[in-house]
Design a binder for this molecule. Structure first.
Ligand code: GCU
Length: 849
């Protein structure tokens, strides 16, 4: 009877639940019967200590109690009361209950407890049958403990525990690159949840929901605005708005901080200067800081991007970066605030003819000599690699070079260079390559994770900054599966020794339930996703090869070189890769501790996945591991990566019926897009290097596509060929477009294939600025109709041009075709979208090309 009741509840919940992603991994879905059967007896009541500490009743402990109530109701179907311990209703600590609060509050009530093993934000969770005790070193820790307990239940773990958990580092922050106008730099999930029209939004419901998600993974701080900061965040009106944001985050233990524009005293304050040593500038910042702390007494502090990519900074006045950082450090010091000062400082007008110049050298060059000069509340925030969130980079050597400075690692949850959330890329394995990396400082084990925690160099501060960039889309990041990255980010910041697959599987259970096929399939495709993406984008450490001058989404290998941005590959007709050796190159290898410097200096000892990062070699250089030439490795890796991406679709399709249709269809659409776009990537990168080197693919695939019919070779009416730039992003360098605005065009071809079933892939370009219509007909019978409206369905940055960003594919499966059938495509242009087409592939079943 009990089972039937639970089962019915679960079924109903499954039918009604709107799985739009808003709750992320905190869905508290009813547990399946099999797990419920293992549930231990439930506690009778929730006792919330500390809830009187906040006048509004919304302290982290009050939130913890509410969360426990909602979670248990959702997962186990039982409504528990929350007692705040009125004098008449006393709970004895040995009774069936969940007691949640701080160690101090518990000790005051029930007698003292030895909690010396807990550090700030840490918690102790004890489950003994129906007696559950969740105690935090502070209120935030208690909330973390409650989330931990709920996560155990959600994963069907009812065992007794006696568990102490402490964070690896004090700083575990999210950075949100939100602009005051509501747009988000490198955000792919709609506009800001914080800002609109220059002000903080009125309705903060989404902010509170976000705070809940962040708290549940241990994030304790958030920078709400873009590192390319707008000074008008500091107006009195916006300071009041920031106050409302902070009030919303506070109950969840998340402290708000802000990015500053270094020139604010001039831009906003009307001063003649923003020189960090000028008395009027110092006074201006002191006053602003005071006003901020009046409204937000627990403001986390400031984040500063200075003298980078056109941002103002102290170098303008010949002051050092330390002078700049310390200006703010002094201002926030009386209030307990900290300054995150970014190490992402470099010259983006570099001379590309200078073979000794290297952007990768910049961070160490700028910061090494300043070691020891930063005040104690400054933390230098270092991107994981020396360039910029590429698909593969070595760990930044700066981690080993400033032992007397607090440091934090900057990771990017937002997939700026990793497919904008429209490609599935589970990033935790990439982050782990850096966090677990041994810098060999003085030839001793010195893992990056121990350096950033502050432990290795015995620093008080340190930790994590994750660029997240959530938007108003209900999925937060624009894709349900992309949320595994946010989850893993928070969990790794808490404990970087955790395994990325274990974290992934936790997230899957919490987000998508307990079905074994769901668990296995999503584990498989997620764990394969970063290697696959690396394979079909940039290999051997050459960087992502995306278009760095435009949207950072689709392929454009040439855009890396011959400009001042310094993401060079140095590819020419015979050779490729940056020579970063001390012996003959830019000297970058010499920035590492000696053991690593020696290792990276030689081709023979450089890890192959970073070969072209460190060395300039011939395309015909052979790899140690496989004996393949570099160029053949490129070709093969791109084919392998795109082939893997095709399997994501079939793997996901095998889960139909196991996942609610809302999330199932959402992801299916994205995975199909990725499969198509991975072919665009494969062909563009392979084509580019084939054209450059003239070296053919040993397997004859590159530039040879027997199943393709180029659109420009079809019989055209109202359509005309057009050269695509970059040329390698179109098959045969050419597409077709309708020749008149809002016109109509036809492209027809007679098929020369034996009778059989085929999949027909249509490669076209979906630009922003129009929604063209397409209709495909076989012998005048309608086959497929579609609209170039991906901009309404996907979140990536769109292009107005025919290029590697707009190139995409739609496939119609299982069409019966015989020789002589006529395939016709009719296009209707709309706006600047001239119903562009690249080619059609008529594919025998089992072949994708
Ligand atoms: C990248 C990114 C920019 C960002 C910058 C930064 O270059 O493309 O949008 O502002 O990093 O991290 O400051």
């Amino acid at each position: 009877m009990r089972g039937a009741h639970w089962g019915l509840l679960a079924l109903l919940a499954r039918i009604v639940a709107a799985e739009n992603g808003l709750d992320g991994w905190l869905r508290y879905a009813p547990l399946p019967d099999s797990l419920l059967a293992q549930a231990s007896p439930l506690p009778a009541v929730i006792v919330a200590l500390n809830t009187t500490s906040s006048a509004t009743g919304s302290s982290p402990v009050a939130i913890a109690a509410k969360e426990l109530q909602v979670g248990i109701k959702g997962m186990l179907g039982r409504q528990l009361n929350i007692s705040t311990e009125s004098p008449i209703f006393r709970i004895n600590s040995t009774q069936s209950s969940i007691i949640v609060g701080t160690i101090a509050a518990y000790s005051a009530k029930y007698g003292s407890l030895n909690a010396s093993s807990l550090i700030k934000d840490g918690f102790w969770l004890s489950v003994k049958g129906s007696r559950v005790t969740i105690l935090g070193q502070n209120e935030r820790g208690a909330l973390y403990g409650a989330f931990d307990y709920l996560s155990r239940i959600a994963q069907g773990d009812f065992s007794d525990v006696d568990h102490v958990s402490n964070p690896s580092a004090p700083i575990r922050w999210a950075n949100e690159w939100n602009n005051l106008d509501g747009s988000i730099e490198r955000g792919y999930a709609g506009p800001s949840i914080f800002f609109s029209n220059g002000l903080i939004v009125k309705n903060l419901t989404r902010v509170s929901q976000y705070a809940r998600l962040l708290a549940s993974i241990g994030i304790n701080g958030i920078i709400v605005n873009n590192v390319n900061a707008n000074a008008s965040l500091l107006t009195d009106e916006n300071i009041q708005g920031l106050g409302r944001l902070a009030d919303t985050f506070r109950p969840y233990g998340v402290q708000v901080g802000i990015s500053l524009n270094f020139a604010s005293p001039q831009l906003l304050g009307g001063l003649a200067t923003f020189d960090p040593l000028d008395a009027s500038v110092i006074a201006w910042w002191a006053d602003k800081t005071k006003r901020l702390y009046q409204r937000v007494p627990d403001l986390a502090g400031y984040l500063v991007k200075a003298n980078s990519e056109g941002q103002p900074g102290p170098l303008t006045y010949n002051r050092t970066l330390a002078d700049g950082a310390n200006l703010f450090a002094r201002a926030v010091q009386p209030y307990g605030g900290i300054v995150m000062f970014r190490a992402f400082v470099y010259n983006h007008h570099a001379d590309w003819n200078d073979w000794k110049f290297d952007r990768a050298n910049a961070a160490v060059e700028f910061f090494k000599d300043l070691d020891g000069l930063f005040l104690d509340n400054v933390v230098v925030q270092i991107k994981y690699g020396p360039i910029d969130f590429q698909v593969r980079e070595p760990a930044s050597p700066l981690f080993a070079n400033i032992p007397k400075t607090n440091v934090a690692i900057e990771l990017q949850v937002s997939q700026e260079y990793l497919g904008h959330q429209d490609h599935l890329v589970y990033i935790a394995p990439l982050w782990k390559t850096i966090l677990d990396f041994d810098m060999r400082v003085e030839s001793k084990p010195s893992l990056v994770r121990d350096i950033v925690s502050g432990q290795y160099f015995n620093r008080k501060l340190g930790g994590y900054a994750g660029v997240v960039n959530v938007g108003t889309n209900t999925t937060w990041l624009g894709s349900h599966l992309a949320m595994s990255n946010l989850y893993a980010y928070g969990k790794l910041a808490w404990d970087p020794t955790q395994d990325s697959q274990t974290l992934l599987q936790e997230w899957i259970r919490l987000t998508l339930g307990h079905d074994q096929a769901v668990l296995q399939t999503i584990t498989k495709i997620s764990m394969e996703s970063w290697p696959a993406y690396e394979n079909y984008t940039g290999n051997l450490g050459i960087q992502t090869l995306t278009d760095i001058l435009y949207t950072h989404f689709g392929p454009n290998p040439a855009s890396q070189d011959n400009n001042g941005w310094g993401q060079w590959t140095r590819a020419d007709g015979k050779t490729i890769g940056m020579d970063r050796t001390v012996g003959n190159g830019t000297g970058f290898t010499g920035q590492y501790p000696s053991e690593l410097a020696a290792k990276y200096e030689e081709i023979e000892t450089t890890p192959e996945e970073l070969l072209l990062w460190f060395h300039h070699v011939n395309y015909t250089t052979r790899l140690r591991s496989t004996g393949k030439t570099v160029i053949q490795h490129f070709y093969d890796a791109h084919y392998a990566g795109a082939a893997t991406a095709q399997t994501f679709v079939s793997e996901w399709e095998s889960l139909r019926g196991q996942i609610d249709s809302e999330r199932f269809e959402h992801m299916l659409f994205r995975l199909k897009f990725q499969a198509g776009h991975s072919i665009v990537w494969r062909d563009a990168v392979n084509g580019f290097y084939y054209n450059l080197s003239g070296i053919p693919d040993e397997l004859g695939r590159v530039g040879n596509h027997p199943y393709r019919i180029e659109a420009e070779s079809m019989k055209l009416n109202g359509y005309a060929p057009v050269a695509v730039i970059p040329s390698e992003t179109a098959s045969n360098f050419t597409g077709i477009v309708i020749t008149s605005t809002n016109g109509r065009g036809e492209a027809a071809t007679t098929l020369d294939v034996p009778l059989g079933r085929y999949d027909i892939a249509f490669n076209y370009f979906d630009v922003i600025g129009g929604r063209a219509h397409y209709g495909a007909f076989l012998n005048d019978k309608p086959l497929l109709e579609w609209i170039g409206d991906l901009e309404d369905k996907l979140g990536h940055a769109f292009s107005t041009k025919l290029d590697g960003h707009s190139a995409t594919r739609i496939t119609f499966e299982g069409v019966e075709i015989t020789r002589g059938d006529v395939l016709k495509i009719i296009g209707l242009a709309d706006g600047i979208e001239l119903a562009p087409l690249d080619y059609v592939s008529v594919l025998p079943v089992g072949i994708v090309d």
